[in-house]
Design a protein around this ligand. Structure first.
Ligand SMILES: [Fe+2]
Ligand SMILES: [Fe+2]
Length: 193
């Protein structure tokens, strides 16, 4: 047994800033919608979503070592910028905070929500997309949202998001993480999540 969605939501509210909490509510709402559309469990998707950023403000210089000791592979970009490991921290703490077992696919989804990963699974895909398009995100307009949501599959939406992100990264001189490029190429080659 684990605590209910409502209990988890109340707990997360006390762990993060109000603005981040409102973002998480938006991600949960979009995740429910996507899960319904793709015949996944909307309650599982919302449970994952409300929790995904619970450790957003908890990363320190020691987080990479902490994650490795917990058996999590740390990617070079995360080593350089430990804040990127907040999803890994959430994966580690999920059963403790949920006060009971959570399925592996819950933990995999939160672990990979920032950089994406070819093994993030359908719930990871839902979270990745919802995190990018939730209504509070100001970097997108309604046309961008429509363009993403017009994808026939979750994988198509991820490609659209990564193309948009790539354009932004290029302008800002940011290099995509190797694991993100690997996800992109995996989907382009016909891989499914
Ligand atoms: Fe995040
Ligand atoms: Fe987020």
């Amino acid at each position: 047994m684990r605590i209910s969605y409502t209990e988890l939501e109340a707990k997360v509210r006390g762990m993060i800033k109000e603005k981040r909490f409102v973002h998480s509510l938006g991600v949960a709402s979009v995740s429910r919608m996507l899960a319904d559309r793709f015949s996944l469990s909307s309650s599982d998707a919302a449970y994952i979503a409300i929790y995904h950023d619970a450790y957003r403000y908890s990363c320190t210089e020691s987080t990479p070592d902490f994650c490795r000791r917990a058996g999590i592979e740390v990617f070079p970009e995360e080593e350089a910028e430990p804040m990127l490991l907040h999803g890994a921290l959430a994966a580690i703490h999920f059963p403790g905070d949920a006060e009971g077992d959570v399925p592996d696919y819950f933990r995999t989804a939160v672990r990979h929500h920032t950089l994406g990963h070819k093994e993030m699974g359908p719930y990871g895909a839902v979270l990745y997309i919802a995190d990018y398009i939730e209504p509070g995100r100001k970097h997108l307009d309604d046309d961008d949202r429509q363009k993403i949501l017009s994808g026939e599959r979750l994988e198509d939406m991820i490609i659209t998001i990564m193309d948009m992100q790539d354009a932004y990264f290029r302008r800002e001189g940011i290099k995509s993480a190797a694991v993100s490029v690997e996800l992109y190429e995996y989907i382009k080659a016909g891989g499914t999540l």
